[in-house]
Ligand binder design. Structure first.
Ligand SMILES: N[C@@H](CCC(=O)N[C@@H](CS)C(=O)NCC(=O)O)C(=O)O
Length: 223
């Protein structure tokens, strides 16, 4: 039995969605973020030293890192589902987006989160003007232009194709759902990128998405 160590409102939602899409049996162990910091509870470190979600346990295997988990589940249990035929252009796009989500999109979104918090969060009064000025400068010179470039790139990637790999819904779409949701929630992605919002609406409408929420508990990244 596959066990998913799942943190509320987190990347591990995607693993539940994938397991539901593949109609596999699994168990969920729920963890709740600390109300103040948003960090995972220390008990997750007993499962994996980094203490980040998702982690799966499958027999003797303990595996973290959402992209690795998705590749593992697809190769071990997918029976060819949710992945294009290897060697095709669709498969190359599938690989690209599967890795882009955590490799390129999320670091920029994390920078946005950190510098937004520096700009508006609690800072000792004697360093406040310097810290806030620095945060604003880094955002306008580096973070915001990068995000705009990525959003344009993503919007263009869905020009003429419904899903990131092409006509077929794949596990790369599941992996891409989280950075696009995070971009809407925290980085100002909006109706100016209608294909990305439509992508989210279509993936949220899939029965597997609903079942994943039923199994994992409330998921309200966009709230
Ligand atoms: N690249 C990793 C990132 C894992 C990660 O940062 N997970 C977040 C959830 S969105 C987490 O566990 N945060 C809680 C914490 O840092 O304590 C992956 O894709 O699995």
């Amino acid at each position: 039995m596959i066990v998913v160590h799942h943190l509320n409102n987190s990347r591990s939602q995607r693993v539940l969605v994938l397991l539901e899409e593949l109609e596999l049996d699994y168990q969920v162990v729920n963890y709740t973020r600390s109300p103040g910091s948003g960090f995972a509870p220390d008990t997750l470190r007993a499962i994996h030293p980094l203490g980040k979600a998702p982690v799966i346990v499958d027999g003797d295997l303990v595996l973290a890192e959402s992209g690795a988990i998705i590749e593992y589940l697809i190769q071990r249990y997918g029976a060819g589902r949710l992945v294009p035929t290897p060697g095709t252009p669709e498969w190359v796009r599938y690989l690209y987006w599967l890795h882009y989500a955590e490799g390129s999109a999320m670091p920029n979104l994390l920078l946005k989160l950190i510098f937004d918090q520096l700009e508006t969060g609690p800072v000792p009064f004697y360093v406040r003007p310097v810290v806030r000025g620095l945060a604003r400068a880094v955002k306008s010179a580096l973070v915001d232009p990068q995000l705009t470039r990525h959003f344009d790139f993503l919007e263009a990637a869905l020009d003429g194709r419904p899903w990131f790999a092409g006509e077929m819904f794949t596990a790369a779409d599941i992996q891409m759902s989280f950075p696009i949701e995070a971009a809407v929630a925290r980085a100002g992605l909006n109706q100016t990128r209608p294909r990305l919002l439509d992508f989210l609406a279509r993936i949220h409408a899939r029965p597997a998405w609903t079942r994943a929420i039923e199994r994992g508990g409330p998921y309200d990244l966009l709230a």
